[in-house]
Design a protein around this ligand. Structure first.
Ligand code: AHR
Length: 350
């Protein structure tokens, strides 16, 4: 089955339809004082010629974006999408890389507040601990948009919208595929799990969705589960430890492709065949993961689409224009077996 080309339209509708709103702070229109702080590596996207968007009074919109880091192929594609889309929209983009540390993201957000950017967007490294800084942004009248990952703040007025995947659903898709594959198994199926960054929304949700779908079959047993921090190096290291501790691993469920790819190296080094001796499921569907699937080393991939830039820029414009936007904008995604990965690879964008 061919993956659907999907959410450009969903985004336009979501932003333009003015339905439910999370109602954050005011709608900006502030001046950028240009003073970057903390770990911010500011990149400014030059305005495009004429076709770009603008804040009221034709002033260029300044967007402060606090990125998680550069931990995976997914993140690299996500960063590029945001930078390219900001440039395309004619916004001034202030970009910072938090190196997977919450304190760096908080520092970057505070720096954007100080600089009086028009809108702040970020992908929260973990779910908890954002209320104080979000309240500071709200008090300063700077609207906040969440992309990719959610926060667990009870006060939904602290941000305007959350644009990104349904991570629980991704976990469910992974679990359902496995439940179907082993529905007639008379023997135990031993599963090891490589979790994403501890406390992050995708790690929490992909675990929960997966567990929900395998729960009905007592033969499906998660015998070990540990974080690999969404990186290839950590995925390899933890898989090595799993292989040492357990001689009877049937399935690996990795919360992203990078960890699965690191684990594949460990499996091969142990003299086993990934995809045959150990069935592998992962999430993301970045090019390297899709290649491994096409080669038969990953058996099933759940897509997590990183190309959130266009959706984000439309939401930024809507917020600056004072329009109400949907409180939740969900990215549509598909799944790939090895055969489907082979078919989709030539036209894969990331
Ligand atoms: O938040 C999305 C997740 O973060 C991706 O699945 C993973 O690869 C990334 O690091």
């Amino acid at each position: 089955m061919r993956p659907k080309k999907k959410w450009g339209l969903a985004l336009s509708l979501a932003v333009m339809m003015s339905v439910v709103t999370a109602c954050g702070g005011g709608n900006g229109g502030n001046t950028n004082n240009g003073n970057t702080g903390g770990n911010e590596a500011a990149t400014t996207a030059p305005a495009n010629n004429g076709g770009g968007n603008a804040a009221a009074g034709d002033k260029k919109i300044t967007l402060g974006f606090a990125q998680v880091g550069a931990e995976s192929g997914w993140r690299t594609a996500n960063t590029k999408s945001i930078q390219d889309s900001a440039k395309e929209a004619g916004y001034e983009l202030k970009f910072s890389d938090a190196q997977q540390k919450q304190e760096n993201q908080i520092k970057a957000i505070r720096s954007y507040i100080q600089q009086k950017v028009d809108v702040i967007a970020f992908s929260p490294v973990v779910e908890s601990g954002w209320d104080t800084v979000l309240k500071e942004a709200k008090d300063a009248g700077i609207p906040v948009i969440l992309t990719d990952r959610a926060v667990d703040s009870a006060d939904k007025t602290l941000y305007k919208t959350f644009i990104g995947s349904d991570f629980v659903e991704e976990g469910r898709k992974a679990g359902q595929w496995l439940a179907d594959k082993y529905k007639d198994s008379s023997e135990d199926v031993n599963i090891v799990e490589l979790q994403g960054t501890t406390g992050s929304a995708p790690a929490n949700d992909r675990k929960a969705g997966f567990e929900e779908k395998i729960a009905a079959n007592p033969k499906l047993k998660v015998i070990a589960s540990q974080t690999g921090d969404f990186t290839r190096a950590k995925g390899k290291e933890v898989m090595q430890a799993f292989l040492k501790a357990h001689k009877d691993i049937d399935v690996l469920y990795a919360h992203n492709d990078d960890m699965a790819l690191g684990a594949i190296q460990a499996i091969e080094a142990a003299g086993l065949k990934p995809g045959e001796d150990i069935v592998i499921i992962s999430v993301d569907a970045v090019k390297d993961g899709m290649q491994a699937a096409a080669d038969g080393k990953i058996n099933f991939i759940v897509e997590c689409n990183p190309l959130l830039g266009p959706q984000l820029m439309e939401a930024v414009q809507a917020v600056v224009d004072g329009k109400e936007i949907e409180a939740r904008i969900v990215t549509e995604e598909t799944t790939f077996t090895s055969e489907q990965a082979k078919e989709a690879l030539p036209s894969r964008q990331y």
